[in-house]
Design a protein around this ligand. Sequence first.
Ligand code: PGA
Length: 324
Amino acid sequence: MHLTFRQLQVFEAVARHLNYTRAAEELFMTQPAVSGHVRQMEEAAGLPLVEQVGKRLYLTEAGGEVQKAARDVFNRAEDLEMRLADLAGMMRGSLRLAVTTTAEYFAPHLVGSFSRRYPGVEIRLEVSNRERVLERLAGNHEEVAIMGRVPGGANVTGTAFARNPLVMVAPPDHPLVGEAAIPPEWLSDETFLLREPGSGTRLAMEEFFAERGVPLSGSMELGSNETIKQAVMAGLGLSVLSWHTLALERAAGKLAVLDVAGLPLHRHWYAVHLPGKRLSVVAAAFLEFLAGDGADLVERVSFAYGGPEGKPGPSGGTPRDTPN
Ligand code: PGA
């Protein structure tokens, strides 16, 4: 079977959009030219690669195999370009990075600093919740991810590069503000605001209360850190969020942190990738950059944790480490 790189490109776009017109737009081709390419590939393969049911296009099993192979070929070609640039003494290529929504508060600063160091690198940043980030990593859409906890098992490997304290957020006029070492049971009548299922922050919050036997019964689900912060300010309830989401509201005095016994949860930010995969030159350079400068940059952007009363500012306490 004789396949060209162009045919693979066309097929990959069709498989991603499951729509000839959109694939044609992306590739600046006409729609008949795109479907012509696919037909030629099907003739060469002797098998249908796509199936039209009503108005919808589906990939056949053979089509799924071609899509996977096409992605491998493109990744390999991209990697080759990077390695050749590296041999020529230049850092060129692209970094495909996924971060969890909570990491979006500092990730652009990491990316900014990295691209100032390596101006030849083009960066694509994808932001989703933890579950989706893991799916995308497994599907090879991104090479490296930043997230707040690494799942057990051997599916991914992660290295901690910065701290991630999780704290109890309340409106500034909450009666427990200023109280020290609040027993979690005192909060059993509160409404708690939870992130959506799939969020790492939510998992951590659920575990914290479950371990202490405090039910999260009257809780309300809200789909993002930003919505939760607005809801806490509006007096709808309390929540456990990463310290790194709070810099602006704390500086403006709009949110307070409660000193609850057992909090903050001393978690970390991890750089994660698939263990069996050979990392591109650029991805390896990014991991090295995170290990060297990641912690300082995260704390400069979101401030070091300074205790519940801590003023926002780069000084601050040094929370004890506990494994994630
Ligand atoms: P998330 O991020 O709550 O936005 O998923 C936190 C994490 O990665 O654990």
